[in-house]
Structures are given as structure tokens and as C-alpha cells.
Design a protein around this ligand. Structure first.
Ligand code: SAH
Length: 259
């Protein structure tokens, strides 16, 4: 595969700093190592090492979603890749699914879901804040080049307004809300039997409250609650050990199945 105009690419320098750009003929990308001409990349094979105007070597790769979401514009806090990974696995996300998500936030999770469900799948995302919805749309358009046809984005308060009538028969419901228990009865109406419900929250009080409301519904099998610790290591000739800093806490993930 070759880089072409319109592609998103990542530039990675010697210190592992990542810069993201959209290729356009004749343009230059200026940064602390001088500049790169987009024409040095367009037409080349995926995965190259090039020199900046100041003679520094940098890598150029096709965009990877982990880097895109970590560097994109943020309104609300995003779900981190380590947690998204587990949501995708425990939510058993695959192509063709109809998924409901609230709140949309900056769209980190939405980008992964849309990439996986494919054209036969559908993603319905609610958020109640105009400013966040604008950022979410911008991020989706930058990543996919357009708003995908199978992506339905609504400004709606899932606690007080509930689901819109036509939003129903979901295979999955994924909640990243400050008070997910207030959304529970509403999203339950839209989730199919056999469907999977996931809720993501940073504090244990939120998890406990959600779990006790979930138990009251009496039609969910509780699969579990967990957190993910990811410890990175450095691998250098005379020093192979964990790096000294780590993201100590992001959030807890609850998984339940409807019967
Ligand atoms: N999962 C997102 C981040 C979501 S942050 C990501 O990965 O980028 C939580 C979002 O929930 C915020 O954008 C907030 O506006 C939205 N929200 C809060 N209460 C809501 C409600 N009652 N209905 C819909 N969205 C809500």
C-alpha cells in the first residue's frame, strides 16, 4: 500500500513523540525538527524513514487509532486505549452489531466501534452537550473523512429524555456517563435479550450504585467488574525494567448480560 493525498499519517521522532497530519500535495509540516514536505511521503510505500529539513530522521506510518485518539481534540475525557481494548473484548464487539453508546464525549470509543462494526453494523450515540458533540463530529470527520452513514449521533439526555422511539433492538449498550444508574431503565428498553451491557466509571461509588440498580432490574446476569493495569517496560541493553511512571488509575468496567 502507498501513501496518498488525504491519508492521515503519524510522524514519530527519536524521542517517540508523535505528530499527526493529513497529507496534501505541496504542503509543509513545520515542527521542532525543521519541516517535512508532504510530497516526501505521498506516493511512497507505507512505513518509511525520512529526513527533515534539518537532517533528523523520523518514521512515517499510516495512522493507528491509539495515537489518533490520544492526540485528537478533546472536550470530555476519553476512554484510554487499555480500557477500550477490554471493552471491545468483554463486549464481544464484531462486525454487523447494532450498538448504543452514551455519552459520546470526544468520540474515542465511537471511532473504535465504527471501525469494527463495519457497514452492516450501526452505532447510535447520544450526548447532551452541544460543544462536545461538535468536537466529536470533528474528530469522526477527521478520522473517517466523513460522518459514516451507519453512525447516528443525537443530542439527547438519556437520563431524562430516554431513547428516541426508533432507537431500539440494540445488541450492545455501552455507558460512559457520570450517573449511569439514571440511564439504566431507559437503555434496558432498547437492549435485546442476550445483549451485553457495559458501564465504565472512574469511582467505586458509581460502580456500587450502578450495580445495585442493575440488581433491582432482575433481568441481568452480572458477569463481573474489573480494572486494567498496564505497566510499560523499557528495554535497553543494560537496563530492562518497568518505566518509573504509570497511569495508575482510569476507570472500572462492569459487564452484564440481559436475559
Ligand atoms: N466515551 C467517551 C467519553 C464520554 S465522557 C470517549 O471515549 O471519548 C461522558 C460524556 O457523557 C460527556 O460528553 C457528557 O456530556 C455526556 N453525558 C453526561 N450526562 C449525559 C446524559 N444524561 N445523556 C447523554 N450524555 C450525557
Amino acid at each position: 500500500m502507498k501513501f496518498k493525498e488525504g491519508d492521515l499519517v503519524e510522524i514519530i521522532d527519536k524521542k517517540e513523540r508523535v505528530f499527526i497530519l493529513k497529507l496534501k500535495k505541496g504542503e509543509k509540516f513545520h515542527f521542532h525538527l525543521g519541516f517535512i514536505e508532504h510530497d516526501q511521503i505521498i506516493g511512497k510505500n507505507f512505513g518509511i524513514k525520512i529526513k527533515t529539513s534539518k537532517g533528523f530522521n523520523v518514521f512515517v506510518f499510516p495512522i493507528k487509532k491509539t495515537n489518533f485518539i490520544l492526540h485528537m481534540k478533546r472536550g470530555a475525557q476519553i476512554i484510554y486505549p487499555k480500557d477500550i481494548g477490554q471493552i471491545l473484548i468483554y463486549g464481544d464487539i464484531h462486525s454487523g452489531l447494532k450498538i448504543f453508546e452514551a455519552g459520546g464525549g470526544s468520540g474515542a470509543l465511537s471511532i473504535y466501534l465504527l471501525s469494527i462494526i463495519g457497514k452492516r453494523g450501526k452505532l447510535i450515540t447520544y450526548d447532551l452537550r452541544d460543544d462536545f458533540l461538535e468536537i466529536l463530529k470533528e474528530n469522526i470527520i477527521r478520522f473517517f473523512g466523513e460522518i459514516p452513514k451507519n453512525f447516528i449521533l443525537r443530542k439527547r439526555d438519556i437520563y431524562n429524555e430516554g431513547l428516541e422511539k426508533k432507537d431500539k433492538n440494540f445488541d450492545r449498550v455501552i455507558l460512559d456517563l457520570p450517573e449511569p444508574w439514571n440511564a439504566l431503565k431507559n437503555v434496558d428498553k432498547g437492549l435485546k435479550r442476550g445483549g451485553i451491557l457495559i458501564s465504565y466509571n472512574p469511582t467505586i461509588q458509581q460502580i456500587i450504585k450502578f450495580k445495585s440498580e442493575l440488581d433491582k432490574l432482575r433481568n441481568y446476569y452480572f458477569e463481573g467488574m474489573f480494572e486494567i493495569l498496564e505497566r510499560r517496560w523499557k528495554i535497553e541493553e543494560n537496563s530492562v525494567r518497568p518505566i518509573d511512571r504509570m497511569v495508575a488509575h482510569t476507570g472500572f468496567i462492569i459487564v452484564a448480560r440481559k436475559y
